[in-house]
Design a protein around this ligand. Sequence first.
Ligand code: SF4
Length: 264
Amino acid sequence: MKGLVFDIKRFAVHDGPGIRTTIFLKGCPLNCWWCHNPESQDVKSEMDVKQILLDGYSYEKSEEIGKLITVNEVMEMVEKDAVFFEESGGGVTLSGGEPLMQKDFAIEILRACKAKGFHTSLDTCGYVNSEVIKNAALFTDLFLYDLKHPDPIEHFKFTNAKLDLILKNLQILLGMNKQVVIRIPVIPGINDQAEQFQKFIEIIKSIDGVQEVHFLPYHALANGKYSRLLKENKLAGLKTLDKKELFPAKKLFEENGFTVKIGG
Ligand code: SF4
């Protein structure tokens, strides 16, 4: 079975416990205004053309984003790092995009990893068919689960997706006793107000079983990618959010019993 992969990152330390190999699958059903991987959104390969300056001359360097590879090829790469997984308590993370957009490929990788005894994490936006996420959960140890906005109308405006399916799937996973870390991308002017953090807490507490929350502060590093891919950047000009600005929100979540990390 083949799937479209746009990156494989070895020795990752922010995508779950220990040292990990993170596989980035192409395709996403959302269209978040702040997306830091705009090259991940389409389920087709595309070209990224960079201008390189060398000895005073400007060159174009083209790179294909997204390559079709088989599950066996993924596993050959992953297995090279088995010793690091064992030493560090790490494993394999599927990310994207939304990995479950290529559901059969993603679940087959998870299944193959579990057959090898590797810890598996799935970084998901949760906006997928509930049967699909249940099947993925059979081979997933940890979900890194995005919550992007606590208000359903604003959520739709900024992501083009309905919040209710995401909350329903979260409830399903917790009902299956899966380990879930909530990840909140914090975007200035969009979801960074005290009352919005309070609302996030109410939502998370209403679905029993989450202990850990990660804040992902907005960064502007993807700006260049938007212009090269000729995609509209709705947040062009927005500055990277300083971690320190999230200390009050961190305290608020901690007072409500959550373990909080700033960063992935
Ligand atoms: S869910 Fe993630 S990959 Fe998809 S559009 Fe939003 S930020 Fe980008």
